[in-house]
Write a protein that binds this ligand. Structure first.
Ligand code: ARG
Length: 427
């Protein structure tokens, strides 16, 4: 038994003061996203990808590996909780039929880089055929291609003919999407299968959708028992669950089943908002995308029936977003990029401000609150993303103006640091 060695290792790992510092980021104005306060002239001390401590800049060691942002506003890298990096926003409807998961993964390589350069250092990818998202995540993690940290779902799970299924072709083609499962037992095995092939999170559809053929946004998909089985199975495996839901019955069923987030939540009412508050369920409301769908829709191949549905959903969703903000329900930032152009993820921030949030609340939804919903932590329980604290990844962005005064400054490409490495200097 090599006891002295063990003791040495223990003392090193519990005493961050002795940890190696191999990089420094100087921050002129460092935003604490939990309070909205700036600290002047700070230095983030790094050990590889992680922050080990934050000290006044004057006390920072002089290291060759220093990123000097002493003139800039520095905040955590942004998080988008609802993207489809492997989806091409110009190929909707029948155009999407010509796509393969392999082609989609290759498309995703560009989309990932563009998203990272837009200041989004973490994304949650909610739905990709053939596990194209797993391939992309792993290529990014292996350093083969630049991109945000990805937490991925694999194929969306839904009932036969549901929002995730392929409803475009007549029955002679026997087209069925990879995530289709019916009944509690099949749903449980689909959750297990998704996890087996690399899913970090589970996504399912609890109602019809805008972009799918022949589904009703108001109609629930899956029974209470089916949703409960899905959530129980996912939570047993330590995976959070995201439920796509526009209509009220599906929203309420999914909240009662214990999902972690409701995506879209378009027709959420006071009762459902109260239920979400009581259960601690997050709402992830994509209040920008409607503008793209209605403006570009036809040119992008979006089905006429989808445009019709969007007209019924878009504005109501924004009004309900305002109600939900006022009621104080938990909210995380999710845009549905992939339905619209990748890299424009920050556009939604000003929409959220227009529809009732303060700039700080909007920023919190895209940092701390998104990270808390993701629940991605190290062994000490420290969140790995969403805040600049000891233990977290050194994922940050820098902008020339105070985003709390002008949230739109985040729409211009910021300087981006991911894992302590400068990945983009912005425009
Ligand atoms: N992926 C979503 C769906 O097909 C897009 C909804 C977009 N519309 C909106 N107003 N959020 O249902």
């Amino acid at each position: 038994m090599r006891l002295p060695g063990t003791l040495l290792l223990c003392s090193l790992s519990t005493a961050p003061a002795f940890a190696a510092v191999d990089g420094v980021v100087l921050a002129g104005y460092l935003l604490d996203v939990s309070t909205g306060n700036y600290q002047r002239d700070q230095a983030l001390l790094l050990d590889g990808e992680r922050i080990v401590s934050i000290v006044p800049a004057a006390q920072a060691p002089k290291l060759p590996n220093t990123i000097d942002l002493s003139d800039a506003y520095v905040l955590p890298g942004l998080i988008d909780m609802h993207v489809h990096l492997t989806s091409d926003p110009t190929k909707h409807g029948y155009r999407a039929l010509a796509e393969t998961p392999q082609r989609e993964a290759i498309f995703g390589v560009k989309a990932a880089e563009v998203t990272l350069k837009a200041g989004f250092t973490t994304v949650r990818n909610l739905g990709a055929g053939g596990f194209a998202d797993v391939a992309l995540r792993d290529a990014i993690n292996d350093g083969e291609t630049p991109g945000p940290r990805m937490r991925v779902s694999g194929p969306t799970i839904c009932m036969t003919g549901g929002h995730c299924d392929n409803n475009l072709l007549p029955h002679i083609y026997r087209a069925q999407s990879g995530g289709v499962a019916n009944g509690s037992d099949e749903i449980r095995s689909k959750v297990r299968e998704n996890i087996k092939y690399g899913a970090d999170v589970i996504k399912f559809t609890a109602t019809g959708g805008v972009m799918s053929k022949n589904t009703d946004v108001n109609a629930a998909q899956y029974s209470q028992a089916e949703m409960q089985a899905l959530v129980e199975e996912a939570h047993d495996r330590g995976r959070i669950v995201a439920a796509h839901a526009h209509g009220l019955i599906g929203i309420k069923r999914a909240i009662r089943a214990g999902v972690d987030s409701i995506e879209h939540a378009s027709f959420v009412d006071d009762e459902a908002i109260a239920l979400a508050k009581q259960q601690g369920t997050y709402l992830v409301m994509d209040v920008y995308v409607s503008d793209y769908i209605l403006a570009e829709g036809e040119a992008a191949g979006i089905l006429p029936e989808s445009l019709e549905k969007e007209r019924a959903v878009g504005q109501v969703q924004r009004q309900n977003f305002k109600k939900a903000v006022q009621a104080g329900v938990k909210m995380a930032y999710g845009t549905d990029a992939g339905v619209y152009t990748h890299g424009l993820n920050a556009r939604q921030l000003s929409y959220m401000v227009q529809w009732g949030m303060t700039p700080l609340q909007a920023l919190q939804s895209a940092t701390l609150h998104a990270a808390t919903l993701l629940n991605w932590r190290d062994h000490n329980g420290t969140l790995l993303v969403g805040q600049l604290k000891a233990g977290a990844y050194a994922d940050l962005i820098a902008v020339p103006q105070d985003p709390l005064t002008n949230i739109k400054v985040l729409e211009q490409a910021p300087l981006v640091v991911k894992g302590g490495q400068l990945v983009s200097t912005g425009e």
